[in-house]
Design a protein around this ligand. Structure first.
Ligand code: ZN
Length: 233
């Protein structure tokens, strides 16, 4: 795995197989027990592991995402369109530097809208020369995704020492809800996360642990690298 920003110009120009991964995260509230960088931290580690397994160049993480739904709690957000324009510009520029296969790896739910049509846009602009594939990492695990709940907190315990378990509090638990109730609360959460969850946590982080985090991390990186290796070779 090569972090591209550590390389010099002549070396980058000499690299033969040029496929790259761009991790995208967010900076937003993740309860009292996790830092606002949680999504960016997790997606960076997943991208690192993916780059290693698939021989990709690793680009710097885009840490600002679309998180307005977390207001009035902390969220340092950019608009859908801003993120989309930024990524389009970046991918076109990468293509001009002979990096023609690009994986955009997303780590935050609220970024999904801006990523929807990006592959088609770039393909059109580069006449099919630059291929962009978009994935959200949580689609590569069996468990249901949460926000500062069991899954995210376990992942953070596995990849960093930034978690303060003493401050972890149970948030919104949807297990006993009907399908209809879940749809309704998910819809509310996508526009007003704090109203939906009350304390900004989706799930229950109180039983999160490093061992499960490592297991989930391995599951994600294995499944993801299987999919990606088929696309880039
Ligand atoms: Zn998160």
């Amino acid at each position: 795995m090569t972090e591209i920003r550590d390389l010099s110009d002549p070396i980058i120009r000499k690299i033969h197989s040029k496929s790259a991964v761009i991790p995208i995260g967010s900076l937003e509230q993740h309860g009292s027990h996790l830092p606002i960088s949680t999504d960016s931290d997790i997606v960076t580690e997943v991208a690192k592991a993916l780059a290693k397994k698939c021989g990709l160049l690793l680009l710097p993480t885009i840490q600002y995402g679309v998180s307005f739904e977390h207001a009035p709690f902390v969220n340092f957000s950019i608009r859908d369109k801003t993120l989309q324009n930024y990524l389009v510009d970046l991918c076109v520029s990468l293509g001009q530097n002979n990096i023609h296969r690009i994986i955009i790896l997303n780590g935050h739910h609220g970024n999904q809208n801006s990523l929807k049509s990006i592959s088609g846009k770039i393909s059109k602009m580069t006449r099919g020369k630059t291929k962009v594939f978009v994935f959200s990492y949580w689609r590569f695990m069996d468990r249901e995704f949460d926000h500062a709940g069991f899954v995210e907190t376990s992942l953070m315990l596995a990849i960093s020492n930034k978690t303060r378990m003493k401050l972890a509090r149970k948030g919104l638990v949807t297990q006993n809800m009907t399908a209809q109730q879940r749809v309704k609360i998910s819809k509310l959460a996508s526009t007003n996360f704090i109203k939906a969850t009350k304390n900004g946590i989706w799930g229950d982080p109180t039983t999160a642990n490093k061992k499960d985090g490592q297991k989930i991390f391995c599951e994600i990186t294995q499944n993801l690298s299987k999919t990606v290796s088929k696309l880039i070779h």
